[in-house]
Design a protein around this ligand. Structure first.
Ligand code: FES
Length: 618
């Protein structure tokens, strides 16, 4: 007798991975087999609660005791389950919350679509022109502009000079049938009919660059790709780049050329993915912090790093793409969003747009975590911003065993019933600790009384040792690591993390104090940026870096700056609104804020008790 095992079809969203699985495999196993890298710190024992998924449709097994212990009743009612405890009973559609995915996969999922009908600045018009004759001796340029007026009612006054240089051959090789691309009454490009109208949105970070190829007519993202900023070789942070650029004008233009070259390669790769050409790119929008913005535009940077710290340009700019060295259609423009201050740049403006901060009613905190952390508080459309020097700890730098988020990095850590569990990116043997792992570790050591409120590592734990006068807590023993040496967190590391935490907490507290608000008044906290997306919120709340609010008030939004850049790319109207609203943003210089030192010193302690959190911030 043949035994038929039942099988079910399971779709994992938003990744779009789907496959058929035999009955009896846990959702966690199915996910792994489908190539979904679910976080499972306890390895499927049902103790860590990290493998949370949401059953969107279909029947599954009843919740186990472990699940009812870890999940809330309302969570279970909404379909939330622990993947390692749940078995399919029918075909399923499963939603994977961002926090249940390991770091690498989260990068790939960021293809969010824009909920906006496109009204791009560049519009294309199909023209059928008559050839010149003895009775019609108009010049080619006038012929095109008359055609735009007569056939489409578009009054055009100028034509890009590079378009003019090739206009005669373009019209004749296309037999007088062409598409004209018009931007604010200027013909910026002329080409074969039916050429696509593409735009590129770039989030130019100090470390990473994200690029999106967008169809300007539909607003759809056609391709997305991330690369490293090649300027890293000339300094890890903005200050080092500024110092380098100030050595000589040649050094500054070299930095500019490096970044343009890599952006050209990036847009080339994006176009190749959809078999288009760079000459179909009709518009670019670039956002970056103020230093990246200035270096890209060949603007002076000295004043950014010298008190009283001001940008050379804070308004939005439109520049011919070719003048910066970009490969695009002949007359395409690059639009750069406005800056707020020397250390709160156009990328933060884009993030505010991407997370709809201007429309938020209740007090909303928008936090973009990085080496420099920008934070804004939005209350009824009024925005105040600060910039905090949070340091490179989030990138794993300046931490003894820190590393960037890549394969082998410990990205999650927990102490369960006294024993240590961790998860590495791609599940390989641990090689170091990345930012999210570092903050998990600090939180877990603090919650388990291994690190006290002052940040001191307390000695009476078997994993704590003093080596050459340096106290450390062993995270992974050398027998389990990739390189055969211990992975630990030292007293010095804890101090470094306390400074990063204090910087961010101070920024939040100053913004709230300035408006006379307390933590519990905040209705929403938006955490953006590649790093912010991977953070375990309960860890950073536990150490006191973020306000002690219920998790439902937090929203981790991924690359909101990239989203904001895309919105500015496809909507001329939003672009104008952004400019208008950015001018109204009030920037607070932290060090000048009354009581700054006090607020900062208090923020160095771990936890929430020291702050009088239920009161207004003192
Ligand atoms: S993997 Fe499911 S609870 Fe830990």
């Amino acid at each position: 007798m043949t035994h038929h095992t039942k099988s079910f079809h399971i779709a994992f969203q938003p990744l779009g991975l789907r496959a058929r699985f035999p009955e009896g495999q846990s959702i966690l196993e199915c996910a792994r087999n489908a190539g979904v890298d679910l976080v499972s710190v306890c390895g499927g024992n049902g103790t860590c609660g990290k493998c949370k998924v949401q059953i969107v449709s279909g029947d599954v097994s009843e919740p186990t005791q472990r699940e009812t212990d870890v999940l809330t009743e309302s969570g279970i009612n909404k379909g939330y389950r622990m993947a390692c405890q749940t078995f399919a009973k029918s075909d399923l559609v499963i939603n994977i919350p961002a926090e249940s995915l390991s770091a690498l996969q989260r990068l790939q999922v960021e293809g969010l679509e824009i909920p906006l009908s496109p009204d791009p600045l560049v519009q294309s018009y199909h023209l059928e022109l008559s050839a010149p004759s003895l009775s019609d001796l108009r010049g080619d340029d006038i012929r095109v502009m008359d055609g735009l007026g007569k056939q489409h009612g578009i009054p055009c006054h100028t034509m890009d000079e590079a378009v003019l240089r090739s206009i005669s051959s373009t019209l004749r090789t296309n037999d007088w049938r062409v598409s004209a691309f018009v931007r604010e009454q200027e013909v910026i490009s002329l080409g074969a009919v039916d050429g696509p109208s593409l735009g590129v949105a770039i989030d130019l970070g100090t470390t990473k660059v994200a690029g999106y190829l967008v169809d300007l007519q539909t607003g759809k993202t056609l391709a997305a790709k991330g690369v490293m900023n090649p300027q890293i070789a000339y300094g890890e942070d903005v200050i080092a780049r500024i110092v380098h650029a100030r050595k000589s004008p040649e050094d500054a233009s070299m930095l500019q050329a490096k970044v343009v070259e890599s952006l050209n390669r990036l847009s080339h790769d994006l176009c190749r993915e959809v078999t288009c050409k760079q000459e179909n790119i009709q518009e670019m929008v670039i956002v970056g912090n103020t230093a990246m913005h200035h270096l890209l535009l060949n603007l002076p940077v000295g004043q950014l790093a010298k008190a009283p710290y001001v940008p050379a340009v804070s308004g939005a700019m439109d520049v011919k793409a070719r003048d910066l060295g970009f490969l695009t259609s002949k007359g395409a423009y690059v639009h750069v969003l406005p800056n707020i201050a020397a250390f709160v740049g156009a990328d933060h403006v884009a993030m505010l747009e991407g997370c709809h901060a201007w429309d938020a009613k209740g007090p909303l905190l928008a936090i973009d975590i990085g080496t420099n952390t920008e934070i804004s508080l939005a209350v009824d459309g009024h925005i105040t911003s600060v910039s905090c020097a949070s340091g490179p700890a989030f990138e794993g730098a300046h931490i003894s065993h820190g590393m960037r988020a890549s394969s082998g990095a410990i990205d999650h850590f927990q102490i369960i019933d006294g024993s240590v569990t961790y998860h590495t990116i791609q599940g390989t043997k641990p090689t170091g600790i990345c930012g999210s792992g570092i903050f998990d570790i600090l939180a877990q050591l603090f919650l388990n009384n291994i690190v006290d409120q002052s940040g001191r590592i307390i000695q009476d734990h078997p994993r704590v040792q003093d080596k050459q006068n340096i106290r450390e807590f062993i995270i992974v023993d050398k027998h389990e690591t990739a390189n055969g040496s211990n992975i630990s967190i030292t007293q010095g590391d804890v101090r470094e993390l306390q400074l990063a935490k204090a910087a961010i907490q101070t920024g939040i507290n100053v913004l709230l104090k300035d408006r006379g608000l307390a933590h519990e008044d905040v209705s929403e906290v938006v955490v953006a940026g590649a790093f912010g997306n991977y953070l375990d919120l309960s860890s950073v709340i536990a150490i006191g870096m973020f306000p002690n609010l219920t998790l439902s008030r937090f929203r981790q939004v991924g690359n909101a700056a990239g989203m904001g850049a895309k919105i500015a790319l496809i909507s001329g109207e939003r672009r104008q609104t952004i400019q208008k609203l950015t001018r109204k943003i009030r920037y607070i210089e932290l060090a000048d804020f009354p009581g700054f030192n006090d607020i900062y010193m208090k923020a160095i302690s771990l936890g929430h008790n020291q702050m009088g959190y239920s009161d207004k911030i003192q």
